[in-house]
Design a binder for this molecule. Sequence first.
Ligand code: CAA
Length: 291
Amino acid sequence: MDIRTVGIVGAGQMGNGIAHVFALAGYDVVMTDISQSALDRAMATIGRNLDRQVTRGRIAEADRAAALGRIRTTLALADLGPSDLVIEAATEREQVKNEIFAGLLPHLAPHTILTSNTSSISITRLASRTDRPERFMGFHFMNPVPVMQLVELIRGIATDEATFRSCLAVVERLGKTAASAEDYPAFIVNRILMPMINEAVYALYEGVGSVRSIDTSLKLGANHPMGPLELADFIGLDTCLAIMNVLHEGLADTKYRPCPLLVKYVEAGWLGRKTERGFYDYRGPAPVPTR
Ligand code: CAA
């Protein structure tokens, strides 16, 4: 199927990045969220990130203007109805996602492919709550979306081959690379990445190292672009904990138990960069370790 129009639900960190890359690749994008201020913030972020690409010579000024011109924002889910492809990128809570799908389904064209950017919720279970499990799949971008090359494509048990092929063609047109993952808890990237982050929090909890020494070790000792605690703050500690819980419950193995210190940070509302405090405090001119 030839996909031209794309609906995006959620204008947060992931949603605005997804809108950015689709618009830049020439797709017409409709983005929705529950508040106008979230949509306004998202458009400002997209503008800034496009500016950054112009400044670095990655794209031309004309590409920036054209991309911004291809994104329409709306508060009405119904406006996504005619889209060829819908990507849900709302909060990582299953009930919220199910409510969004329930609100969206009566408006969707029969041919629309429905996808979720979920980082860990079962695609098969989400699909089973819709009228189109054959045309439903996982379309998982990495953060920051304009920079990261990978998209995980996850087939639910009922996803048909035509849907998979259409999504694969979209990933190629975006200039990104797809990796196909089976629908098991947290798929591939987070199945491997989150236990590493959780282990870094255990190392901190047990006093093996400080925030600074743990991050320096992995940055300079394993050539990671960010240390695991800095990366956890970047992803969001609530998201990290939610994914560890999915692994722990879904695979029923104690090796996935979330570190109590990670739980404590989330309980404190210290969720990382988005709340300006996590393993680092971001309220001053430079990040300061909180332990
Ligand atoms: N939009 C557009 N461009 C951006 C950008 C954004 N939001 N953020 C950074 N960039 C660009 C910069 O303009 C720069 O471009 P050039 O190469 O053309 O100069 C490039 O990205 C590098 O940026 P910076 O020089 O500012 O910073 P950096 O070198 O420190 O890199 C980083 C920043 C790319 C984020 C790097 O630190 C990194 O790769 N970190 C790890 C990110 C990661 O692991 N992400 C996956 C998280 S897991 C996930 O997302 C899955 C999940 O479900 C939780």
